[in-house]
Write a protein that binds this ligand. Structure first.
Ligand code: GAR
Length: 218
């Protein structure tokens, strides 16, 4: 069983999707054992509490530098024996030490079809503002492994939805959360926990379920 830490900063609807998936038995071979928030007042911490998951705060202002915050987080995660770190609306950019401490073991959900509307400055509602400004007809979400390049790691899964003529950033954000993020993230976490995500360069291969492999060989 793999221990999962979910890092959050705000409302925590993606955290809730993970908690709900766990409740339905859909996080196969994984369990959420910690929620760490960069904001003490984040509603995500209430969601963790309601689900009986220990919550912690790691606020950027409590550390002299980004390096110091990253080092403290790495210590905390290692101390909690975490196997998978999930960035679910975590709005602090960590330094490379985090990626080196958890190679191919950090997943992020981004609310656009990477490489569009990604990188520094593209987070939360801004992503949807930029997509509408650009006039794209499709947008969506991406789950990817975290590398040292912001939003640049190998892509695990993507899903698109239509952008509609009267969309506001808020309406588009909600559609992408409901139809993309809340489905993709629990699926990716479950695949990781079953050791079914194989990173080959920039490509992530999804290995078939061992049961299917055995059936096919018979
Ligand atoms: C989500 O849309 C997530 O994809 C996005 O922030 C929102 C958090 O919502 N993350 C980023 O923009 C990261 N670059 P939530 O707190 O309700 O899950």
């Amino acid at each position: 069983m793999k221990n999962i830490a979910v890092l959050v900063s705000g409302g925590g609807t993606n955290l809730q999707a993970l908690i709900d998936a766990q409740g339905r038995g859909e996080l196969i071979n994984g369990r959420i054992t910690a929620v760490i928030s960069s904001t003490p007042s984040a509603y995500a911490l209430e969601r963790a509490k309601a689900a009986g998951i220990p919550g912690y705060v790691a606020a950027r202002k409590d550390y002299p530098s980004s390096q110091a915050m990253t080092a403290a987080l790495v210590d905390k995660l290692k101390g909690l024996d975490i196997d998978l770190v999930v960035l679910a609306g975590f709005m602090v950019i960590l330094t490379g030490e985090m990626v080196r401490a958890f190679p191919n073991a950090i997943l992020n959900v981004h609310p656009a079809l990477i490489p569009s509307f990604a990188g520094p400055g593209c987070y939360g509602l801004h992503v949807h503002e930029k997509a509408l400004e650009y006039g794209v007809k499709l947008s969506g979400a991406t789950v990817h492994f975290v590398s040292e390049e912001c939003d640049g790691g190998p892509i695990v899964s993507q899903k698109a939805v239509e952008v509609l003529p009267d969309d506001t950033p808020e309406v588009l954000q909600r559609r992408i959360m409901e139809q993309c993020e809340w489905q993709l993230l629990p699926q990716a976490v479950s695949l990781f926990c079953q050791d079914r995500l194989k990173v080959e360069g920039r490509t992530v291969r999804v290995l078939e379920h061992p049961e299917c492999g055995r059936r096919n060989a018979e």
